[in-house]
Ligand binder design. Sequence first.
Ligand SMILES: NC(=O)C1=CN([C@@H]2O[C@H](COP(=O)(O)OP(=O)(O)OC[C@H]3O[C@@H](n4cnc5c(N)ncnc54)[C@H](O)[C@@H]3O)[C@@H](O)[C@H]2O)[C@@H](O)CC1
Ligand SMILES: Nc1ncnc2c1ncn2[C@@H]1O[C@H](COP(=O)(O)OP(=O)(O)O)[C@@H](O)[C@H]1O
Length: 292
Amino acid sequence: MTTAARYIPSSTDIARLAKSGARHKYDYGHAVIVSGPPGQGGAARLAARGALRVGAGLVSVLCGADSVAEHAARLDAIMVKPFAGGEDIGRQLAGLNPSALCIGPNLGLTARAGDLLDATLSLPHPVCLDADAITLIAEREAPYAGPFPAQTIMTPHAGELRRLIPHRFDTTTNRETLARMAAERWGCVILFKGVETIIAHPDGRCLTVASTAFAHAAWLATAGSGDVLAGIITGLLARGCDAMEAGALGATLHLLCAAECGPGLIAEDLPEALPAVLRHLLSEPDDGPAPR
Ligand SMILES: NC(=O)C1=CN([C@@H]2O[C@H](COP(=O)(O)OP(=O)(O)OC[C@H]3O[C@@H](n4cnc5c(N)ncnc54)[C@H](O)[C@@H]3O)[C@@H](O)[C@H]2O)[C@@H](O)CC1
Ligand SMILES: Nc1ncnc2c1ncn2[C@@H]1O[C@H](COP(=O)(O)OP(=O)(O)O)[C@@H](O)[C@H]1O
């Protein structure tokens, strides 16, 4: 049975995306994206770009010292922050003063990745758990004891959701029911990705974002598009949205970016489509720069 409400952003939701007046970058939050190992940082960069384009005031990629050259060669506005070996990673993360964190895109499934995940979850900050972070949480020998930070959102695709609730997944076919079960099991917001994206809260709230309402949504079936979504959600968390709002609004913006890009889109295009999407949503004239 489907009881979730179809999410349509309200004027208040859209107004949250604006930047105006005398506020400065720190007022829009600091999104920190935890990177995977050297040579595998592309997914973190895609997420970072999504977070920056959706309006986080600052975005940093946290990486090992051996990944700095790779990231620095590809990032300008996004800061590259190496963590020092030997020092407590949680303290180093806290020292960055994050407003929200994202961990998982191409993080890997190594012991080192597990340490980074533990350090991230030791902080109270809002966090988006994607990709390998979800797999680690689901499949580690010592199950995660939780609770997660208050504003935690996990963003599984079907393969990852199966790992989170394996027994339920094999006996239940309704996607909304599965998302609700995972939210209840893990005690955090679950954003179950797919043609219909379902955002379920452990308190029973549930929203859907149907891609059928958006042109060219099927072009999101491309490597890295989920990494961009994780970044958009993290940027919204950094800007002060709660996990449910960030998920629903983030999924909607992601689909609007696909509609804006059209056929041929690749993941790199999605963050670059956000200015046009935001301009339309915020109803600014797009016929050239305003007169001085
Ligand atoms: N540019 C990059 O660096 C990219 C890195 N990526 C990273 O690659 C790692 C593996 O990601 P994968 O997404 O391949 O995950 P996994 O390798 O963890 O899971 C894929 C498995 O799940 C199954 N599955 C079932 N339903 C699925 C669905 N709806 N969507 C996807 N798979 C489904 C697939 O058949 C496959 O067996 C992650 O760390 C991810 O972040 C990918 O995001 C692609 C882009
Ligand atoms: N056929 C489709 N129609 C609509 N959206 C899709 C379709 N295929 C994938 N998506 C969306 O694209 C994204 C893919 O994310 P994910 O599977 O994590 O990919 P990746 O790991 O490569 O980044 C999700 O947001 C999903 O909802």
